[in-house]
Write a protein that binds this ligand. Structure first.
Ligand code: BES
Ligand code: ZN
Ligand code: ZN
Length: 495
């Protein structure tokens, strides 16, 4: 998709469709909207009086062959209440426009921002919205229609900001394409993305992006005594991998923080011997969403160049009930030396994260973020609305939540009280991998990981209910969402 900053005025741009947006109670059109209304003989005003055009959030009104405009269609997207409007809305508006128009034969589109939204932040959000919305999950359909939008002209931006706007457009492209890179991985079925194949995809990405990469195979993993990861992997014929991707700034500072990004990559989670029911089990191909999130973030950071070092550590394995599988009641010794009683083999994510988090600290990470499709309990608590965000110390989590807000990704702080720690005490080992069965499943899962992060500032993002959208949204295809990537990128760039 070609995206360019248009130097011509919007009404002169040759396109299949011109897109702009209308606020709720935008009864009197002024500025560019007034201009458009006059050009099309007051059609906007009459659509408002007939009640068809209300400006309510993401309402879509399509006009064909609007006289007085060069474009063949005019799409008006509802923008909601002006006092509540943010750049995140702009991202959704741009996305909804792409998804509406691409099924209507539109290849060339012009997007007009209104007065007040003409700086770099707006430009970046629009570009992100456009590119993320253009992603489809039909790669394995032989009757796939090639409906991608070919080119987009951004109109209305403040010409005086040329270089800044150009940079914002570039950044938006990098972020959105990295989000789509992760979504493509998450969408892959498990026979097309085993741990070894994921490692190969990571290697190709790292090479292209100019990142250092190191892949630990099953021998190295055994040598390092990653007993918690090995316990999960031993039920499968597919060997595990630990993918380590590094970004180092051009001028690394002595004593500067090193950010560790740890992502759960269970390429298929059957539950193991504590096997899951057949219903919906196919969805467990996306249990590598945390790992894909971190690979997507690294891809973007390679290009956006934060001033700190960032290391991604991604433990990748299947969770299968093979003949050598671990069994409920087994005790595993994690790399850190802590002993774990495996009560439920389906609580495997925390096991593989235990070793990955510990290893990330050994590699020198001073700060950690992990992302994982960890618990069904987070869906009970937050549905598919918010990511569950855990972390200690609280100030560190709060800083991250600021980035989430800036990135327009909904995340909710979850409790990490010590009572949850009590719930994962084991009778025969140091800790057990499930809680007491009396609720708080997302928090006990988080506490388990914290046992291995110890005092290192750490954030845990439970994306089990937000990584995959069962229903499409006007601005997003159904399937992998790519949630959390933008927040992590924003956070890394602000350190
Ligand atoms: N991968 C699942 C969590 C999950 C559930 C992700 C639904 C996406 C959608 C995880 O490994 C798991 O099975 N967790 C168990 C933990 C329990 C046994 C303590 C769960 O949440 O039921
Ligand atoms: Zn599981
Ligand atoms: Zn899992």
């Amino acid at each position: 998709m070609e995206i360019r900053l248009e130097s011509q005025p919007y009404f002169a741009v040759q396109s299949d469709a011109l897109v702009t947006y209308v606020f709720d109670k935008d009864a009197k059109f002024d500025g560019v909207l007034g201009e458009i209304d006059r050009a099309i003989n007051g059609q906007l005003t009459s659509l408002v009086s007939s009640g068809e055009l209300t400006g309510k959030s993401l309402e879509l009104t399509l006009l064909h062959f609007p006289q007085g405009l060069t474009a063949k269609k005019l799409l008006l997207v509802g923008a909601g209440k002006p006092e509540k409007f943010t750049v995140s809305d702009l991202r959704k508006i741009a996305g909804a426009a792409v998804r509406h128009l691409k099924t209507r034969g539109v290849k060339k589109l012009a997007f007009l921002t209104r007065e007040g939204e003409r700086g770099p932040a707006a430009a970046q959000a629009v570009v992100e919205g456009l590119i993320v919305a253009d992603f489809e999950t039909d790669k394995y359909r032989t009757d796939r229609k090639n409906r991608e939008i070919e080119s987009i002209s951004l109109c209305g931006f403040d010409g005086g900001l040329g270089a800044d706007l150009q940079a914002a457009i570039e950044n938006g492209r990098v972020v959105a394409e990295s989000q789509n890179f992760a979504r493509d991985l998450i969408n892959e079925p498990s026979n097309k993305l085993t741990p070894r194949m994921l490692a190969a995809r990571a290697e190709a990405m790292a090479k292209e992006a100019g990142l250092a990469i190191d892949i630990l195979d099953e021998r190295k993993i055994a040598e390092m005594k990653m007993g918690a990861l090995i316990g999960v992997a031993q039920g499968s014929n597919e060997p595990p991998r630990v993918i380590v991707v590094r970004y180092t700034p051009e001028h690394p500072r002595q004593g500067a923080p090193v950010l560790g990004l740890v992502g759960k990559a269970v390429t298929f989670d059957t539950g193991g011997i504590s096997i899951k029911p057949a219903n919906n089990m196919e969805k467990m191909k996306y249990d590598m969403g945390g790992g894909a999130t971190m690979l997507g973030a690294m891809r973007a950071l390679a290009k956006l160049k934060p001033s700190i070092s960032v290391i991604a550590v991604i433990p990748a394995t299947e969770n299968m009930p093979g003949g050598r599988a671990q069994k409920p009641g087994d005790v595993q010794v994690a790399m850190s030396g802590k002993t774990i009683e495996v009560i439920n083999t389906d609580a495997e994510g925390r096991l593989i994260l235990a070793d990955a988090v510990y290893y990330a600290r050994q590699l020198g990470c001073t700060h950690l973020i992990d992302a994982a499709t960890l618990t069904g309990a987070i869906e009970v608590a937050l549905a598919n609305v918010h990511v569950g965000a855990f972390g200690t110390p609280r100030e560190y989590l709060d800083r991250f939540l600021e980035s989430a807000k800036a990135a327009g990704e909904k995340m909710w702080p979850m409790p990490m009280d010590e009572e949850y720690e009590e719930m994962i005490k084991s009778n025969i080992a140091d800790i057990r991998n499930t809680g007491s069965g009396k609720g708080g499943g997302a928090s006990t899962g988080a506490w388990f990981i914290k046992e291995f992060a110890e005092d290192t500032p750490w954030i845990h993002l439970d994306i089990a209910s937000t990584c995959w959208a069962d229903d499409g949204r006007p601005w997003l295809a159904k399937g992998p969402t790519g949630i959390a990537i933008r927040s992590i990128i924003d956070f890394a760039l602000k350190q």
